[in-house]
Design a protein around this ligand. Sequence first.
Ligand code: DX5
Ligand code: ZN
Length: 215
Amino acid sequence: MPLVSPSLLSADFAHLEKDIELINSSAADWFHLDIMDGVFVPNISFGMPLVSTIKKYAHKPLDVHLMIIDPDKYIEEFKRAGADILTVHIETCVHAHRTIQYIKSLGMKAGITLNPHTPVSSIENIISDVDMVLVMSVNPGFGGQSFIPQSIQKIKDVKECIRTSQSKALIQVDGGINPKNAPEIVAAGADVLVAGNTIFGSANPSSVIEQLKNN
Ligand code: DX5
Ligand code: ZN
C-alpha cells in the first residue's frame, strides 16, 4: 500500500482550510506543497507564509517540494515554516551532497528530485544519503498534466539503484497520477504517490485518495 501525498497546488485557495481538513480526515499520509520560483520552473506558486499557515492546521507531515534555484538559501526558512520532508531538484544543486546533509542536520527528511530528462546516474553517488528520491513524471511547473510513460522504466531503474546501493530511500512519483495508472506506478516500485488534479478535481476527493491507497 503506497503512501499518498495530495498536492495542495490544485486545492481551492479561497477555502484552503476546508481542503486541509479534507486531507486531515482522509486516508492520505502527507501534505505535498509545491514551491515554484518562476525561474527554475515557468510558474510561481506560494512561499513561506502559506507553508507556516498550512502547518497550523495540518495534522500530517508537510512534504515540501522545492522547485527553486539556489535552494540552500531557503532551507532554514522552510524548516522554520514547518517542513518535515524537504525535497530539492538535483538540477538546482551545485553541491547536492552538502545540501542533503544540511537538510538532515536541521532534523528534516531529505529528498532529491529528477526532472524527466535527468538520468538516474546523476544521483547514484548520493542515493544512500537521501531519505527519498522523487521521480518527476511530468515537467514540473503545473498541475493537471499527463503522466510521461517513460517514467515507469525510470522508477524501475531508481529501484534497482536503491537496491544495489542498499539505500533505504523511498521512491516518490509526482505528476499525472490517477486511480487508473496508479497500479502500474506502484508495481514499478513507487512508495509514495503525489496527486493533485485527480483528487481536488473530483466530486469525492476522499474516495480518490482511498483508491490511490488501495494499490
Ligand atoms: C508539478 C508539481 C506536482 C503537481 C502534481 O510541478 O510538482 O506536485 O501539483 O499535480 P497533478 O497530480 O495534477 O499532476
Ligand atoms: Zn510536486
